[in-house]
Design a protein around this ligand. Sequence first.
Ligand code: PHE
Length: 337
Amino acid sequence: MDDLLKRLKDFEDSALSRLKSAQSGKDLDVLRVEFLGRKGKLSEYSRMLGKAPAELRPKIGAEVNRLKKVIQERIDAAGVGFGGGGKKEFFDYTLPVRSSFVGRKHPLLQTVDDIVSIFHGMGFEVASGPDVETDYYTFDALNTPEDHPSRDLSDTFYIKKGVCLRTHTSPVQIRTMEKQKPPVRIIAPGRCYRSDTPDASHSPVFYQCEGLYVDEGVTMADLKGTITAFARMMFGKNVRVRFRPHFFPFTEPSVEYDFSCVICGGKGCRVCKYNGWLEISGAGMVDPEVFRAVGYDSEKYTGFAWGMGVDRITMLRYRIDDIRLLYENDIRFIRQF
Ligand code: PHE
């Protein structure tokens, strides 16, 4: 039985050299079963221990235990190199961490979030509609005549006859009123598309945020108050708002509205082209023809609607001077916000 110690020694040499030449996690698994498994070599030696002379048993037992430890350690160490294998739960806590990048919201969507939260505070809910719209919702229901220039192929992307990419968020007004009786208080942020040649202030895709308020007794004063309150919450209490007469087929009367330049405070600078005002979008009292299209009683209800150029607002608050930057998705640009 003395030769059991010698056999253990031989086993150690061959086991270590075979571990050294293992090529994969799979090789290691096979060797682990062969050496350490329940029916493996070392278990066999443990069983033979019982038949060994009593005085040799402690020595042989210690040797078997040492081998178990050594072989397990070799398997673990090799397994790390193969990305697994060996002992399954092995983690090397000393490896350096991989650098991680925490994503963040695109500046346009941050602005949408802020617009939504301001109007939420005034009791408006968010509504939405599809980007691919029908002519009916984009133009007809909004009282836009057949020959209106905004319907032109040079302005609007058509998918097929009667179906286009929405050129504004106003179709969401119609979709909302078709589903809901007054009072209505919604905003609708989303993408819009126009066949514009891209330059520093035009992009064929852009964001608007529509607003609509319909109830009994709503007036132009409510429209002015709502937009002015928004301007102050977005750009600070010193911003002034100006309303200029305008025309839209779906509102009467209609206005365009401007904010005093948030860059120079209205004194005149490059951004406001030295006139102190920044054009934001259009607004007005909902035209009775629009109420007729959705089946609202225009004798009973009045309302106001407005648009908002989300790109414009984003560019002003972050001092971005080219709208194209918002759509190119250059990670070096987006990471700065
Ligand atoms: N839809 C108009 C535009 O895109 C803006 C607008 C919205 C005007 C609501 C009046 C009322 O220019």
